[in-house]
Design a protein around this ligand. Structure first.
Ligand code: 6R9
Length: 629
């Protein structure tokens, strides 16, 4: 990166109803943050005591840069916090899980049922020889059996590695091989937009030349059922026959791995991010309780898939650990029509809704008449994750979905961080465009390449200065790649994102540092320019990249999806260019604007600017395994 860059920061804010803070588990954010700073060990120790342990720890943190050991000597099994204690503590008949299929089919599980089914499947896994430490790869649609099998792995100390069921055979194959998975769990089919998608055939391809795989467990959802091709295959439900529903939890050291989750790097093979048992359990419980403020009666719907960290932490482990009711669905946001999600919120009485900016912008494009058809009064808090929530989308989400009543929690975090890191705690003023402040437990900053802290208004690199319990422990079988995160900038954890702080210490996330555009020596975050474009009433979505420019080094090129009813024209190009000039400055003015119908995205919805760039420059597209069709 060249010299630091100025970022124009707007200071508009919304103050939520004070009742939110008064009734929240967290209370006064600033006071709690201060407590943490005064004694971090004491703070984390207090948080860790809120989950169930088998043996207590003797030391909170052993930090041997870049390696951390949290809660040394402690042992636990995360499933006892997620299941056993609710069964014991009078929540056994409370709903743990509500599943909605595309055709409206519904299945529900109480905590007692979920507990029992998890233990049965855990025993079934043992029956086929799965042991503590074995890697189990998942390639499953979002159905209750997926959650059951995942918790069953945790119950017996097997390490799950979930691969999003939208990935192709090659991507699945490389992840199975890298993790040396012993078992693959899949379903015959997934369902999407009224179509039945074969998963098992993809698994068939993927397990060829994967010598570690001994068994493939298939959940049969269609009539075609149990004609399993090979000796390798087992039917999900047949495996459960005659199996006991009692399985004591495997005692896990706090530092033993709980799961691996692959996340795409900028180049090459995705990284297998490894999370530990004790620190991860503590981090997701803490954030589900104190940031999401999940209470007894809350019904949380996180629209992510379990294939992403968001699903791991805020569909499964966090919400179940606090004993909330979790909604999962196999639905697509606009099928059969763009009202489907709002109808689910109304019918199931969802209180906490957590989704991604890309979905919000899609809903903006189709119009507010869709959500307006439904009663969204049950909503208490609405959240966002995955990409910067641009002010335009914030305002829409706040007004149309939250009815100017529900606080928005825009949560910045990563697969590597395991839990929320930066957000706007309940009761604090919300600033459109800013994710918020570091949560208690986290010390974040914006720095230059030497690690010097930058003043408000100066954009730079987002770092975390101290270890935290749910941080990744390593990259599976690749310590070198792990070390890079902590060695790139002084002793800090480099998130790889660009950010800027304002006078109040609020963080605005400007996009990935590798997406940065340098125009005549000025650094521009892609998010800033995109956000300015989306402010214009004609623009639904925008992505910008840097293209070579003889004089300025780089120039901005924008790809724009128009709102329905607008057509591309030279006049619109001029208007948009002028608009960016007025909102950010001449430096950010796009040199070219191209109107497009779609943008390349990862399967989790993030815009892949790298693909736009490679296309523009006629370069090799690089690793495209994470690209949506
Ligand atoms: C949880 C998750 C991580 C990257 C991260 C950043 C972007 C996530 C964001 C956000 C702006 C937010 N990101 N949340 N950017 N505001 N609230 O998405 O994990 O899939 O590993 O992606 O996503 O660029 O570095 P992951």
């Amino acid at each position: 990166m060249s010299e630091n860059f100025e970022v124009k920061v707007d200071s508009k804010s919304y103050i939520p109803d004070p009742a939110y803070r008064e009734q929240s588990f967290l209370g006064d954010y600033k006071a709690v943050y201060k407590e943490f700073i005064q004694d971090p060990d004491e703070f984390w120790s207090r948080m860790a005591k809120e989950i169930e342990w088998i043996k207590p720890w003797t030391k909170v943190l052993e930090w041997n840069h870049p390696y951390a050991r949290w809660f040394t000597g402690g042992t636990l099994n995360i499933t006892t916090s997620c299941l056993d204690r609710h069964v014991k503590e009078g929540r056994r008949n409370k709903l743990a899980l509500i599943w909605r299929g595309e055709d409206g089919e519904e299945r529900v599980y109480t905590y007692r049922q979920l507990h029992r089914d998890v233990m049965r499947f855990a025993n079934a896994l043992k029956k086929i020889g799965v042991q503590k430490g074995d890697r189990i790869c998942f390639y499953m649609p979002l159905v209750p059996e997926h959650i059951i099998a995942l918790l069953a792995c945790a119950r017996i100390g097997a390490i799950h590695s979930i691969v999003y069921a939208g990935f192709g055979a090659e991507a699945l194959h490389s992840r199975i091989r890298d993790a040396e998975a012993k078992v693959v769990i899949t379903a015959d089919v997934g369902k999407r937009r009224g179509k039945v998608i074969s998963l098992r055939s993809i698994v068939d391809d993927a397990v060829r030349n994967a010598p570690s795989v001994e068994k493939v467990i298939v959940l049969c959802r269609e009539k075609c059922s149990v004609e399993l091709y090979s000796e390798m295959e087992e039917d999900f439900y047949s495996l459960l026959e005659g199996v006991s529903a009692d399985c004591s939890p495997e005692e896990m050291d706090a530092e033993e791995p709980l799961f691996i989750l692959y996340t795409s790097g900028t180049t090459g093979m995705p990284k297998g991010i490894v999370h530990s048992c004790g620190g991860y359990a503590t981090g997701v419980h803490y954030t589900a309780k104190y940031l999401f403020d999940l209470k007894e009666n809350d019904v949380i719907w996180c629209t992510a898939d379990t294939g992403w960290i968001t699903g791991h932490s805020y569909i499964v482990y966090g919400p179940l650990s606090v004993g909330a009711t979790v909604v999962i669905t196999e639905t697509t946001p606009d099928w059969p029509d763009p009202g489907i999600w709002w109808s689910i919120i109304e019918e199931l009485g969802v209180t906490l809704f957590y989704t991604a900016p890309t979905a919000i912008r899609m809903f903006m494009r189709v119009g507010e008449e869709w959500p307006n058809k439904y009663n969204l009064d049950s909503l208490r808090i609405i959240g966002s994750v995955g990409e910067p929530l641009n002010p335009e989308a914030f305002e829409w989400y706040y007004r149309v979905i939250g009815k100017m009543r529900c606080p928005i929690l825009d949560t910045w975090w990563q697969t590597e961080t395991g839990m929320h890191m930066i957000t706007t705690p309940l009761g604090e003023p919300m600033k459109p465009g800013f994710a918020g402040v570091p949560i208690p437990g986290i010390i974040a900053d914006v720095v230059d390449e030497e690690g010097n802290s930058l003043p408000p208004g100066q954009g730079g690199l987002l770092v975390i200065k101290k270890p935290w319990p749910s941080m990744m422990r390593t990259v599976y079988r690749n310590d070198e790649r792990y070390k890079k995160y902590w060695n790139q900038i002084k002793d800090y954890y480099a998130a790889g994102d660009l950010a800027v702080k304002d006078e109040d210490g609020y963080f605005m996330i400007l996009g990935r540092a590798d997406d940065i555009i340098i125009v005549a020596g000025h650094n521009l975050g892609t998010a800033e320019v995109e956000s300015a474009l989306v402010e214009h009433e004609a623009v639904a979505e925008a992505a910008v990249i840097g293209v070579p420019d003889e004089i300025k080094g780089q120039a901005v090129k924008a790809f724009v999806i128009l709102v329905k009813g607008y057509t591309p024209s030279q006049k619109l190009v001029s208007e948009l260019t002028y608009h960016v000039r007025m909102s950010i400055g001449p430096i950010a003015m796009p040199a070219a604007i191209e109107f497009v119908d779609t943008l390349p995205r990862t399967r989790s919805g993030k815009i892949m600017r790298r693909i736009l760039k490679a296309k523009e420059m006629n370069m090799d597209l690089g690793d495209t395994s994470t690209l949506e069709e």
